[in-house]
Design a protein around this ligand. Structure first.
Ligand code: G3H
Ligand code: ZN
Length: 280
């Protein structure tokens, strides 16, 4: 068993989910780590390819996260996670830089190609937790928009029988970004996938899903839930209000950190819903 698998198995056995929060910069990373530490919650720090490029690269991010863990005395389990990497090369580079959780997202390709790419990543990133997706999560991520396509039991069977992943993100109706209309998550199929294949499931597009749906997904096998948009909305609102009310302030530290409290509040709310408090 991989060193880090225990974290997922604990969540699976104790019926909670570990939050995955996407990071964008030093401040977000610091706020998320501090709030997770205050709640003793394990956490995945998600880095999309766009965010990695924005922050300078995988080595910068690994250095920043390791430095924060040390300087802030963070004791909870923290998984630095590459999110939705659509190519094998970036997975290898992130692994070499120290990422120990990697999502190879080849869901845009055929199932055969998805299997081939996922296997290549698993073979190279031996010590890392590997996440992969079949079907299509809808909405927008890193400026790419896609339609929802619900994965099937058969696709899941073929995919999981031919790969060796640690967590599985079957697309079952969730979307990235803001939901248009009522979310339609197929929790029945989620349960079927979970009981048939007994693998920790990942729910993408956690933002905008009501508490009862998030909890129902956890009941049906989800062990990790990804949140990005809702944190952005919370931070954005506070910063805009601050700038509007303090037009004379130009210190970037004051402007950026005016979103700290609302971002932390959102993180805490999700930890409460997911049941991950005191699990770290
Ligand atoms: O991989 C990241 C997520 O699935 C985040 O989705 O922005 O809808 O919360 P979200
Ligand atoms: Zn996602």
């Amino acid at each position: 068993m991989k060193l880090y698998s225990a974290m997922l198995l604990k969540a699976q056995n104790e019926h909670y989910a570990i939050p995955h929060f996407n990071i964008n910069n030093l401040e977000w990373t610091k706020y998320i780590l501090e709030e997770c530490e205050a709640n003793k919650s394990p956490v995945f720090l998600g880095v999309s390819l766009g965010a990695a490029k924005y922050m300078g690269g995988f080595d910068v991010i690994a250095g920043m996260v390791n430095g924060l863990i040390k300087d802030l005395n963070i004791t909870i389990p923290v998984m630095l996670h590459l999110d939705h990497a659509n190519n094998v090369e970036d997975c290898k580079k992130a692994y070499d830089a120290g990422f120990r959780s990697i999502m190879i997202d080849a869901s845009r390709y055929s199932l055969e190609e998805n299997i081939k790419m996922t296997k290549e990543v698993s073979e190279y990133c031996k010590d890392a937790l590997i996440e992969a997706e079949t079907g299509h999560i809808g909405g927008t991520e890193d400026n790419l928009t896609s339609e929802v396509y619900y994965t099937t039991i058969e696709d899941s069977r073929v995919f999981l029988n031919n790969t060796n992943i640690d967590m599985y993100a079957p697309a079952l109706g969730s979307v990235h970004g803001i939901y248009k209309g009522e979310p339609k998550i197929n929790t029945q199929r989620m349960q079927e996938i979970s009981t048939t294949f007994n693998i920790p499931l990942v729910l993408h597009g956690g933002s905008g899903l009501p508490e009862n749906i998030l909890k129902e997904c956890i009941k049906n096998g989800v062990c990790k839930i990804n949140f990005n948009t809702e944190l952005q909305l919370a931070w954005n609102k506070s910063v805009r209000d601050f700038i509007n009310n303090n037009i004379a302030v130009y210190d970037p530290r004051k402007i950026i950190s005016s979103g700290e409290e609302s971002l932390k509040k959102q993180v805490k709310t999700y930890i409460g819903i997911l049941g991950s408090k005191n699990k770290g």
